[in-house]
Design a protein around this ligand. Structure first.
Ligand code: GLU
Length: 445
């Protein structure tokens, strides 16, 4: 029997989600829906100083806006009792040990090793402390913190993206799992949650490969097999720099405020650095059917805002009228199917629709026009009723009355009629604007 796939996205609510973070969320979600599985959102908020409820709420709303359907949400801060239970088991089994070094002592040890060109791996001095010594430290006011004892072996696992991966834990310090103040650090709660929540696949950035090597041992210490891992290359910005939670402009919230289409973001985010051609996809389902994690390139994917803008505009041209109607009506804009069909290939953002609505239905102000030419054009403007042939008929008449052609003829007309230098076909636009308004605009009234 094949396992029911469960994936999870586990952000820390310490800032806004950016395009790099959501790549992880998207890959997990796409993998889940491709396999008829489930997708969990786990809020990693054990760091109470840096985590906030506002960021956690923003994460949920960002994911929803992108079209990601969350099956279940967990918060680590509500699960501390569960972690304690597992922690006690591991202490009993001898996988965890108490340490008493101060930060200064650890820094000193580390510097000495580095000076001798040795890897700065923790020397396990606390592992062999006598009970007497430990009691002495405690009576001096030191508080113990806890480390997980690594095996020092090479952990080999199959990675959905990278194939066979080997992490040598002898090159790692035993990770601290519980701080002096009793707070849990990332690795152990993550493993416990992955066990408790039945997570089958962990897809995350390649900055987590070493953690995975460590976590494999934690799963084993708890008598469990590890989930299947997949580590994807990270996204970088146009300058090749990693994304940061501080760069609000490329946060999901920021992109939403700039009126980008969620599917344009999703399409670009999941196709850069993959075998998928960069394209506008209509749905996440469609991407899930073609995405193959084993075909991800190894180089970091470069996310460019220019590329996103281009994709945004082609994304708009594939939206159905029903979809945009609902969205515009939610903003109290009445959508016309005829206008939508005319302008949809000329929009960078959906918010520009109302600009065209105004150009058609309201008065516009344009200055510095060539009124002599426009007066001639107005004199030969055909009477209504108008149809698809009106524009050509009018242009032919203007050509006869003036010696203009090409740009010299079309640009002043466009400018007078729409107030702009470019836009959808005038042939179609004039039918919506109508004789009276065009006449007034040509005469500068
Ligand atoms: N909170 C961790 C992070 O944001 C989760 C990593 C993981 O296990 O996926 O990096």
């Amino acid at each position: 029997m094949t396992k029911n796939i469960i994936t999870r996205f586990a952000p820390s609510p310490t800032g806004l989600l950016h395009v790099g973070n959501i790549r992880t969320a998207l890959f997990n979600y796409l993998y889940a829906i491709k396999n008829n599985g489930k997708f969990i959102l786990r809020i990693d908020d054990t760091d109470s100083e840096r985590s906030t409820d506002e960021f956690a709420e923003q994460i949920v709303s960002d994911l929803k806006w992108l079209g990601i359907k969350i099956d279940k949400i967990y918060k680590q801060s509500e699960r501390i009792d569960i972690y304690r239970k597992y922690f006690n088991q591991l202490v009993e089994k001898g996988f965890l040990y108490e340490c008493f070094e101060t930060q200064e002592e650890l820094d000193y040890k580390r510097k000495r090793l580095v000076a001798r060109r040795m890897p700065p791996v923790y020397d396990r001095a606390s592992l062999n402390l006598s009970e007497e010594k430990k009691n002495q430290y405690i009576s001096e006011g030191r508080k113990p913190y806890w480390r997980f004892k690594l095996s020092g072996k090479k952990n080999i696992f199959h990675d959905l993206v990278r194939g066979e991966v080997s992490v040598d834990t002898s090159a790692q310090s035993d990770p601290v799992v519980v701080r002096e103040d009793g707070g849990f650090l990332y690795n152990l709660p993550s493993v416990i949650d992955d066990i408790e929540m039945g997570v089958t696949n962990i897809i995350r950035g390649e900055d987590h490969v070493t953690n995975s090597g460590i976590q494999v041992e934690m799963f084993t210490s708890l008598g469990k097999d590890s989930p299947v891992f997949g580590h994807h290359p990270l996204l970088v910005d146009e300058n090749g720099d990693p994304f940061s939670k501080r760069n609000a402009a490329l946060s999901v919230k920021g992109l939403k405020e700039k009126n980008f289409e969620p599917m344009a973001i999703n399409s670009l985010n999941t196709s850069i650095g993959t075998s998928i051609e960069i394209n506008s996809f209509q749905s996440l389902k469609e991407i899930s059917e073609i995405l193959d994690l084993s075909k991800l390139g190894r180089a970091p994917g470069r996310f460019s805002l220019d590329q996103l803008m281009k994709l945004n505009s082609s994304q708009l041209s594939i939206l159905s009228f029903e979809e945009i109607k609902n969205r515009l009506e939610n903003q109290n804009i009445i959508a016309s199917k005829t206008l939508w069909e005319i302008v949809k290939n000329n929009l960078n953002y959906l918010s520009e629709y109302s600009k065209w609505d105004e150009i058609i239905n309201k008065d516009i102000e344009v200055e510095n026009l060539d009124y002599e030419f426009l007066k001639t054009a107005s004199d030969v403007l055909p009477d209504e009723p108008w149809d698809n042939s009106t524009w050509n008929l009018w242009i032919d008449k203007i050509k006869v009355s003036t010696d203009r052609k090409g740009r010299d003829l079309f640009l002043p007309l466009r400018k007078a009629i729409t107030g702009l230098d470019d836009g959808p076909e005038l042939k179609e636009l004039i039918l919506l604007i109508g004789y009276d308004k065009i006449k007034k605009r040509l005469l500068g009234k």
